[in-house]
Design a protein around this ligand. Sequence first.
Ligand code: FES
Length: 160
Amino acid sequence: MDRRRFLSWFGISWVAFAAATTGALSIVLRYLFPNVLFEPPTSFKAGFPSDYEVGVVDERWKEKYGAWIIRTAEGIYALATICTHLGCTPNWLSTENKFKCPCHGSGFYKTGINFEGPAPRPLERYRISLAEDGQILVDKSKKFQQEKGEWNNSESFLSL
Ligand code: FES
């Protein structure tokens, strides 16, 4: 084998070795850094009570945290944006003053109580409180169900 041919084979071998090493290294790195599902935090601060208008369904946290905040004359509650039929996300229809699920047509009053369609029970409420800085704190790790009488729990409603 002449010198030129030797160098050519040596170059090809070296490239193949580098490619194999890179492939193996990428597999090791993939093992060390697996796909991880990052869940959004279960609690969030939702601003100050004065940020919310009485009688209005506030949708600012719907996309990010899956919650509607509703302020009434008595206080504030946080409704889960999960239909109690099969889990779709209802829409708030302000002109009709109701939540309407696009999947099978369930309807819910502003309170979360179901009144039409196949949903078997009301929307759920999240734990709500005031943080030390005076902001509303919504904790999605704790839910309250109306049919179990849990809406009477003081943590399901923020009295003002
Ligand atoms: S999922 Fe909402 S009505 Fe079926």
